[in-house]
Design a binder for this molecule. Structure first.
Ligand SMILES: Nc1ncnc2c1ncn2[C@@H]1O[C@H](COP(=O)(O)OP(=O)(O)OP(=O)(O)O)[C@@H](O)[C@H]1O
Ligand SMILES: Nc1ccn([C@@H]2O[C@H](COP(=O)(O)O)[C@@H](O)[C@H]2O)c(=O)n1
Length: 233
């Protein structure tokens, strides 16, 4: 499923667990690429909303996938997401997209299409490794990855982190939206418990740098120091 020459570090976890920020930093330290799979679902939600689709309706979502032209950077220092040439890097983080994304992600044909795309991006990357983060990377996208991690944090900790990011938004509303999205997403894929062989990293009591270090420690138990790596520790 994945390229023999590209080491895949698979990281799953719930919203606000630190997947994106930690994975990006780990990728930098290792000289690896970084693949944000949630961005593909978000970009499709953005695209579907732009087409006036009802994102709670599978056939409406599927109608909007026809001309979905998605591109993403794997460079952790130069991250961007594009749809049909339009830069949507910031737009896909808007609350209206976040609220719609679970509806898009629950459509099996959508998941099949984006998973095929993710594997092609990894295989074609030409990179020594790619840190791939999402909800079903350890179980569906790259179940054969040499490093598979479930990054967790207590619900209240995740809500507080997300709330700190979204200044100007009511913290109770932010927490409710985060937990609602997890509840919806977890009916489609299980990212709340670790599949066999998946290592749990609980960041509840760790700061950002400690979490990056904990993930790198897991990677180093499996993948010896890579040529060209610069993990800076
Ligand atoms: N261990 C940590 N300690 C403190 N803050 C952290 C830690 N890990 C991540 N953060 C911060 O928490 C916030 C949420 O992290 P991030 O966006 O990476 O989570 P995520 O799991 O990718 O969320 P989502 O799935 O919703 O995109 C960010 O502001 C990030 O800097
Ligand atoms: N492997 C994945 C990744 C993401 N999703 C869906 O996309 C949404 C956005 O993901 P973020 O990581 O950017 O928060 C997420 O809520 C899921 O609906 C997915 O299904 N599988």
């Amino acid at each position: 499923m994945t390229d023999r020459d590209t080491t895949v570090v698979a990281i799953d976890g719930p919203a606000g667990s630190g997947k994106s920020s930690v994975s990006k930093q780990v990728a930098r330290r290792l000289g690896y690429g970084y693949l944000d799979t949630g961005a593909a679902y978000r970009a499709l939600a953005w695209h579907a909303l732009g087409h006036g689709a009802d994102t709670s309706d599978a056939s409406s979502v599927l109608d909007a996938t026809g001309d979905f032209d998605f591109a993403i950077s794997l460079d952790p220092d130069h991250y961007w997401v594009r749809v049909g040439g339009t830069d949507v890097t910031d737009a896909i983080r808007e609350p209206r997209v976040t609220d719609a994304v679970s509806g898009v992600a629950r459509v099996p044909a959508v998941r099949h299409t984006v998973n095929t795309l993710f594997r092609a991006l990894i295989t074609g990357s030409g990179l020594p490794g790619v840190v791939v983060e999402g909800r079903d990377i350890t179980t569906v996208v790259a179940p054969d990855a040499p490093v598979r991690i479930l990054l967790t944090a207590a619900p209240a900790v995740r809500a507080a982190r997300r709330s700190a990011e979204l200044t100007g938004h009511d913290s109770v509303t932010v927490a409710e939206a985060l937990h609602r999205r997890d509840a919806s997403d977890s009916t489609v894929v299980d990212f709340l418990s670790a599949a066999p062989g998946v290592v749990v990293v609980d960041s509840s009591d760790l700061d950002f740098e400690q979490t990056v270090g904990a993930v790198l420690d897991v990677i180093h138990t499996v993948v010896p120091t890579q040529t060209g790596a610069h993990d800076g520790r």
